[in-house]
Design a protein. Structure first.
Length: 239
């Protein structure tokens, strides 16, 4: 079933009815460009037919179907693909995902949060309530590497309470999300980052010699003190 966001986007671009847009997306596998091209041809044919008096009224069954489609608007999360992912690696509940995102209000487009501003991706465990429900639902429909727009209604976001001063009550939100990593539940964590440099901006020795080895090799007290001082120098420690 085409996403609500894709249908709205196609309606805006073509001016066609919601039902025509939905059918066009279904026929063209959610490809907005192909659906828009097909609708353009169809609308042109309809206009030509109407001008020549050949318009055909829809059947009773078609009118009933259209009425049923029009009621199908209670979608709380819509995923509009911007860039395709690998189409294979979809996260599931319990997986840890890493994303870059930008959040804005649907009403005026004002930005309230962004991982790009912090220059650091955001990681969370999917499906366990660590994020708003709209994210748990929406990200699960994305594949690795995909960039998409999540249109989230307030009931799947922050609801009647809003969030601080940046998200008002009952606000519908828009998130631009790129899925960077999917780590399956139970998989080994990524390797640790290298240690930070010691205080003072010095560098750690490439292969520091253990202090116990220095002491054991130098029983003379003066040699011990010299070796100890050299080791501390390697570590950039001072007294």
């Amino acid at each position: 079933m085409p996403s609500f966001g894709a249908i709205k986007l196609l309606q805006t671009r073509t001016g066609a009815s919601r039902n025509d847009c939905k059918r066009a997306l279904e026929e063209h596998n959610d490809d907005v460009e192909a659906a828009a091209a097909a609708l353009g041809e169809k609308l042109g044919d309809q206009a030509s037919s109407s001008s020549s008096g050949g318009a055909v009224a829809p059947s009773a069954n078609q009118r009933a179907l259209d009425s049923w489609h029009d009621k199908d608007v209670g979608v709380s999360v819509s995923v509009v693909r911007i860039e395709a992912g690998d189409g294979v690696t979809f996260p599931v509940a319990g997986d840890t995902v890493s994303v870059h995102y930008r959040g804005t209000l649907q009403t005026d487009g004002s930005e309230f949060d962004s991982s790009y501003t912090r220059n650091r991706p955001f990681s969370f465990t999917l499906g366990v309530g660590e994020v708003v429900r709209g994210w748990d639902e929406g990200v699960s429909k994305m594949s690795l590497g995909e960039k998409a727009e999540l249109l989230v209604t307030s009931d799947f976001a922050y609801g009647a309470n809003g969030h601080g001063k940046v998200i008002p009550p009952n606000a519908d939100l828009r998130f631009e999300v790129r899925l960077l990593e999917v780590r399956r539940a139970g998989a080994a964590p990524p390797p640790p980052k290298p240690p930070l440099p010691p205080p003072g901006g010095g560098k750690l020795s490439a292969a520091p010699v253990p202090l116990v080895s220095l002491v054991a090799a130098s029983p003379d007290s003066v040699a011990v003190r010299v070796a100890f001082a050299r080791a501390l120098k390697d570590l950039n420690w001072t007294f």
